[in-house]
Design a binder for this molecule. Sequence first.
Ligand SMILES: [Zn+2]
Length: 119
Amino acid sequence: MNRQHSTFNQSIPSTKKKSTRFTKVAICPTCQKGTIIASEKFYGCSAYKDGCKQTFPGYLAKKKLSPTQIKALYTKGETALIKGFTSKGGKKFNAKLKLSQGQVVFHFEEQTTSPPQKR
Ligand SMILES: [Zn+2]
């Protein structure tokens, strides 16, 4: 006999796993298979078990990096200007982040921080 649809056991949760601890950010640019996921302290590739070592710190120059910024970094190769970094000397500075061969680097744009002097 065929099993009939059982509509009464709705209390059984779906097979969908809850992922409250990890947030998917973007497809990993290094292996193209894994997903960059955000944990509490850092970002990393979900395919690390397969040998992908793409990681990214959650903090950079004392600034917490949001998944949005990380996503921009991985999908576009750079972020928008991020304000509020703090250098080792305690100075505040603004910079973009760029992805260079899997490494994250600061990118300072030529800016006219001081207005041109008129005489
Ligand atoms: Zn990866």
